[in-house]
Design a protein around this ligand. Structure first.
Ligand code: ZN
Length: 160
């Protein structure tokens, strides 16, 4: 496993449409492992493949609810309610902004065995699913920010 370099806003790869994964291969497996490692290293709650420069429809999420979510070729099939709150992105370092998202979403995707799964998430998980799935279509949360992007406080005591 390896930590990969996270692409940041301005990198045109973040604005491209990603391709569906057709088959699980050793290369894709390695990518997924690296994505989890990269996300944890950066203290993120989610990461999409284009953020590490790979144009594939793969998302990893861990909002510390006791689950690790891997979503391959995800498609949001249901959304309800709304929540408005601060959001950030590993590809937009040092910034945060207010975004309104559905309060609850259901996403259909494939797992590591290319079997269909359905995940329903509320609150932060719903926000993360929406945010990460948007990355696969070249969309960034900064497009949706209500008001101005704000600077985050410098994090204290976090691992370098
Ligand atoms: Zn992001």
């Amino acid at each position: 496993m390896a930590v990969r370099k996270i692409r940041t806003i301005g990198d045109e790869i973040l604005r491209k449409e990603c391709k569906p994964v057709k088959a699980m291969t050793p290369r894709v497996r390695e990518l997924i492992e690296d994505m989890f490692e990269t996300m944890y290293e950066a203290n993120g709650v989610g990461l999409a493949a284009p953020q590490v420069g790979v144009m594939k429809q793969i998302v990893v999420i861990d909002v510390e609810d006791g689950n690790q979510y891997l979503l391959i070729n995800p498609e949001i099939v249901e959304a309800e309610g709304s929540q408005t709150g601060y959001e950030g992105c590993l590809s937009v370092p040092g910034k945060t902004g207010i975004v309104t998202r559905p309060q609850k979403v259901t996403v259909r995707a494939l797992d590591e065995n290319m079997q269909e799964i359905t995940v329903t998430g509320e609150d932060l998980l719903a926000r993360a699913i929406c945010h990460e799935c948007a990355h696969l279509h070249g969309e960034l949360y900064v497009d949706l920010v209500e008001g101005e992007l704000e600077d985050t406080e410098p994090a204290e005591g976090e691992e370098e």
